[in-house]
Ligand binder design. Structure first.
Ligand code: UDP
Length: 237
């Protein structure tokens, strides 16, 4: 069993810890939530548990389809054991249905199906306000090599196909989601990292179109606990 060491990074939703093995980190999932660049804050008992469980299930699903992820196992209900990586500060966003920022920034109406899916890259930076970038800007900034960016795009689209099918069988649509990749501290390979949860994905009930994700918190759309519980329940079906 790995032993938790010092905290490397403390965020609102997660803390990343070193362990006694330099190739392994622990991610602890918290109950705190923020939205709108941290301007809206709250806490929801059990959210850390649900997000850890949902992420673990989806990482295992992706691994079973050959996607390299950082997931190694669970240390407790809220602590995930992962491969140590250096995160590449790019949010890879995949969109299947137009909603959120794409409908505010561009003349694309809410609810439009995006076929083929749209992949967007945002530079993760509080200082610069997470601006959208492209592959050339990422290379110019030295964030990644072109081959790595091409791999990230290919993996993101493959992950999208796997998740869409899995969720569809559980009565859920996946309008969009965000991925983060890292370079393994072991061999430098690009692997999927971070989390896949209602904090980072939009999930809609396929029949009613109801939001079952963090939008319920962002826009006060209803009872938040029941949303995380419902996603955890459907994903385990
Ligand atoms: N997202 C995320 N973290 C971010 C920005 C976006 O997890 O910092 C996710 C978000 O939950 C959604 C998708 O990426 O599933 C697309 O978000 P969008 O650009 O529409 O942002 P928003 O409308 O929330 O401002």
């Amino acid at each position: 069993m790995v032993k938790r060491g010092e905290a490397l990074y403390r965020g609102k939703a997660k803390t990343i810890y070193r362990t006694d093995d330099e190739k392994t980190f622990i991610i602890e999932f918290h109950d705190d939530l923020t939205a709108f660049d941290g301007k809206k804050k709250s806490s929801l008992e059990g959210k850390g548990y649900y997000n850890a469980k949902i992420s673990a299930t989806l990482f295992k699903l992706l691994e079973s389809h050959g996607i390299p992820t950082h997931f190694k196992g669970m240390l407790s209900e809220t602590e995930m054991i992962v491969d140590a990586v250096k995160i590449i500060p790019i949010e890879v966003i995949v969109r299947n249905i137009a909603t959120g920022s794409i409908t505010r920034r561009y003349p694309i109406e809410e609810g439009r199906r995006l076929v083929p899916p749209v992949v967007v890259l945002d530079y993760k930076s509080d200082e610069y306000g997470d601006p959208m970038i492209n592959e050339d800007i990422a290379v110019a900034m030295g964030l990644a090599k072109m081959e790595e960016l091409e791999l990230m795009r290919r993996l993101a689209l493959e992950i999208n196909q796997i998740l869409v099918k899995f969720l569809d069988e559980r009565g859920l649509a996946l309008p969009d989601f965000k991925l983060e990749f890292g370079r393994s501290k072991d061999d430098g390979k690009i692997i999927l990292a971070d989390e896949i949860s209602p904090d980072t994905c939009r999930f809609w009930d396929r029949e009613t179109g109801e939001s079952l994700d963090k939008d319920v918190f962002r826009f006060d759309k209803g009872d938040l606990e029941s949303v995380y519980r419902e996603i955890a329940r459907r994903i385990e079906l």
